[in-house]
Design a protein around this ligand. Structure first.
Ligand code: NAD
Ligand code: ZN
Length: 342
């Protein structure tokens, strides 16, 4: 089969002919239809410090996908060839305290698809049956391809109650964009999106933002007064990984507010803890998705009218992976999809 492989420790990815994965008794084999490019894939491709200390080549990259089951292991009873599925990208241990308690998203021994084991940028991928999400008939395959990052967005967006609340979204990358639509769907009053990139600010408006702001040009306080907000944001979703964005969120929160932090900073961030204490804020780290409560919520929200399709801006064949990665890296893009069927 053809696969996009990190062949050696250094920059670049190579489209290669490799052996089809062999499945174990608890696994399913999926013929990949479509995949989404994630920031993680960009880090691995460019071979930054994180990638150099995390990745052992050779490795097939990628973890956002949709495809059709073509074979199942002998222990697998619930899934069948022909099923349209996506995969949860975190393979958990199943044996730690949290896994045993059913809190698999808290597993401390998670292995990432396309990070710690061969991934989905390939014609076929093998995943454990415990990682399969079966889609309903008629699901949009492009949307199904990005259930993994959509799950990040939903898990973060619903970390605090948003019904009737004023929400700040910092960072309108693909995940911030989807989260904007989710908090809107979940009944937020104002959704203010802070993002330096103009292309992405426009997309945020299409996703349902009440107002967008360039944090390099304007203070969030001005936006608050324009909207006649009085006490600050009730909920903030930190989706940029940027230190200034986190500080600005803290500075603009209402007393008792909640900040869900998904963005991954590249260095330590110093914070004025006094603000957190005296505003009685709750800061909550978010990693991955809840297995499988988030997946359930994604599905039912799509079925009840949530539309995340405007966040998908670019489509390529896997053959044009260089152009696809360039589009994802440019910043002037939302989600970039690669198709693995011709
Ligand atoms: P992205 O890099 O495409 O988006 C981040 C956005 O933040 C960019 O559009 C950037 O212009 C914007 N930004 C930069 N400085 C800003 C500032 N001062 N204020 C507001 N916005 C600013 O990333 P993405 O794919 O949408 O992912 C969002 C974040 O979540 C990233 O940091 C990513 O690493 C992280 N992530 C975390 C998890 C997890 O499980 N915790 C999973 C996936 C991604
Ligand atoms: Zn575990």
């Amino acid at each position: 089969m053809r696969a996009l492989v990190k062949t050696e420790a250094g920059p670049g990815l190579e489209l290669r002919e490799v052996a089809q994965p062999v499945i174990g008794i608890n696994d399913v084999l999926v013929r990949v239809h479509k995949t989404g490019i994630c920031g993680t894939d960009l880090h691995i491709a460019s071979w930054d410090t994180w990638a150099a200390k995390t990745i052992t080549p050779p490795l097939i990259v990628g973890h956002e996908f949709v495809g059709e089951i073509v074979a199942v292991g002998s222990n697998v009873a619930d899934f069948h060839p022909g099923d349209l599925v996506s995969g949860e990208g975190h393979v958990v241990c199943g044996r730690c305290r949290h896994c045993l308690a059913g809190r698999r998203h808290l597993c401390a021994n998670t292995i990432g698809l396309g990070v710690g084991r061969d991934g989905a940028f390939a014609e076929f991928v093998s995943i454990p049956m415990t990682n399969v999400w079966h889609h309903w008939p008629g699901v949009d395959e492009e949307v199904a391809a990005i259930f993994d990052p959509f799950g990040n967005a939903v898990h973060t967006a619903l970390a605090f109650p948003v019904l009737g609340e004023d929400v700040l979204v910092s960072g309108a990358g693909p995940i911030g964009l989807m989260a904007t639509a989710v908090v809107r769907h979940a009944g937020a009053r104002f959704v203010v999106v802070s993002e330096p990139n103009a292309y992405r600010r426009d997309l945020a408006l299409r996703m349902g933002a009440t107002a967008v702001v360039d944090p390099l040009a304007r203070d969030l306080r001005d936006v608050q007064s324009e909207l006649r907000m009085v006490e600050g944001f009730d909920v903030a979703l930190e989706m940029s990984g940027n230190a200034a964005a986190l500080r600005s969120a803290i500075a603009n929160m209402a007393h008792g507010g909640g900040i869900a932090i998904l963005g991954i900073p590249t260095a330590e961030i110093s914070l004025d803890v006094n603000e957190i204490v005296f505003k009685m804020l709750t800061l909550r780290g978010i990693y991955g998705r809840e297995m499988y409560e988030t997946w359930y919520k994604m599905t039912v929200m799509l079925q009840s009218g949530l539309d995340i399709r405007p966040a998908i801006t670019h489509r390529f064949s896997f053959r044009d992976h260089d152009a696809a990665f360039a589009a994802a890296r440019s910043g002037d893009s939302g989600k970039v999809i690669m198709s693995w069927v011709e």
